[in-house]
Ligand binder design. Structure first.
Ligand SMILES: [Zn+2]
Ligand SMILES: [Zn+2]
Length: 345
């Protein structure tokens, strides 16, 4: 697949070069269009809300299309998310012979999820992992040191839950190998074709953005985050600058980022979250930093963590979608995350 698309690229680019001699722009546009015609990653949404609907909490699976091994990006809902995804035929592209001793849910959980990357320790991002842990297979959990510490102190402490990890309070059940990620340092994710680079984000407790890479392709997953102008720590700016710099020689295939509340939410009640207004302001800054703007308008921006409402007649998804599109002067391609949905990026 890779070979064919490379060959195609050479043929098309060399065929089109003559009339545009001395101009790099058409070649660059072609490369962008072509690289988007053949997907690099597959993302399955296991949970799309940031509360209060248990069974549908922040959780995504991501894999390179060259490999059938997923990573879990947060795990607010896990088994329920896998079940909904199975009902939607989200795993039909997998060709590995299933383990006959397990049902389809068990096959995905135990054989196809090779690692978890946890953005922070809030329950809406980790509850599914905790609840599924007795039936899970052995695998690593990656996180920034403070996130891993929160998991040990708060959950894997023999009070909230048994210690399924290899650190903290004895006895350690050693199912999960807890691996600290050094901020902004690229690390290979075991048993996958992917690498991760973690960036700290502003939230009531430290949160994380994970930049996932495979060959020349990137995807970025943002855990919960407040906007820089409110948080005053410049943490999103650091991620935007890193991505813009990487995009000079790599392709950003997609972004997953939170929008928790609609624009009626006052800034003093954001609690480290984004609204459509604040996301648009952050993306506008990013757009200004990126050289090849076409990369940004071609790729999908997955909106996650919309809070479920109990109010009669309220539809926060519709309001947020409308507010995003109403302010979308730069032409971003927004997709609201939906539990069970599979996206090729
Ligand atoms: Zn959250
Ligand atoms: Zn949170």
């Amino acid at each position: 697949m890779k070979f064919i698309s490379t060959l195609l690229l050479i043929l098309i680019v060399s065929g089109c070069q003559a009339p545009h001699k001395g101009h790099d722009e058409p070649k660059k546009q072609l490369q962008t269009q072509l690289s988007h015609s053949s997907p690099a990653f597959e993302v399955v949404t296991l949970g799309d809300t940031g509360g209060i609907e248990d069974g549908n909490l922040s959780s995504f699976l991501l894999r390179s299309v060259d490999d059938e091994n997923f990573i879990g990006l947060d795990a607010g809902s896990l088994v329920n998310g896998i079940n909904v995804a199975l009902q939607n035929n989200a795993f039909d592209s997998l060709t590995t012979t299933p383990d006959a001793a397990l049902n389809p849910t068990g096959n995905i959980l135990q054989h196809h999820i090779k690692a978890y990357l946890l953005s922070h320790g809030h329950l809406d991002h980790v509850a599914g992992l905790l609840i599924a842990s007795p039936g899970d297979s052995s695998k690593p959990i990656y996180g920034l040191p403070s996130v891993n510490q929160t998991m040990s102190d708060t959950y894997f402490n023999w009070q909230a839950w048994a210690n399924f990890t290899n650190r903290g309070i004895a006895p350690m059940l050693n199912k999960y190998d807890v691996i600290d990620l050094a901020p902004q340092k690229t690390t290979e994710i075991k048993d996958t074709a992917l690498t991760v680079t973690a960036f700290s984000l502003s939230h009531p407790l430290e949160s994380t953005a994970f930049v996932i890479e495979h060959d020349n392709d990137m995807f970025v997953y943002f855990g919960d985050t407040g906007p820089d102008e409110v948080e005053k720590q410049g943490k999103l700016d650091t991620v935007w600058r890193y991505l813009a710099q990487q995009m000079q020689h790599k392709t950003l295939r997609g972004i997953s980022i939170e929008v928790s509340f609609d624009n009626s939410r006052p800034d003093n009640l954001l609690f480290g979250h984004l609204t459509p207004k604040w996301l648009m302001q952050e993306l506008t800054k990013f757009h200004g930093l990126v050289e090849d703007k076409a990369q940004l308008t071609n790729m999908k921006i997955i909106i996650s963590h919309i809070k479920y409402s109990l109010k009669s007649g309220a539809d926060p998804r519709a309001v947020i979608a409308q507010e995003l599109e109403g302010a979308n002067a730069l032409g971003f391609n927004f997709v609201l995350a939906k539990q069970g949905q599979v996206l090729a990026l």
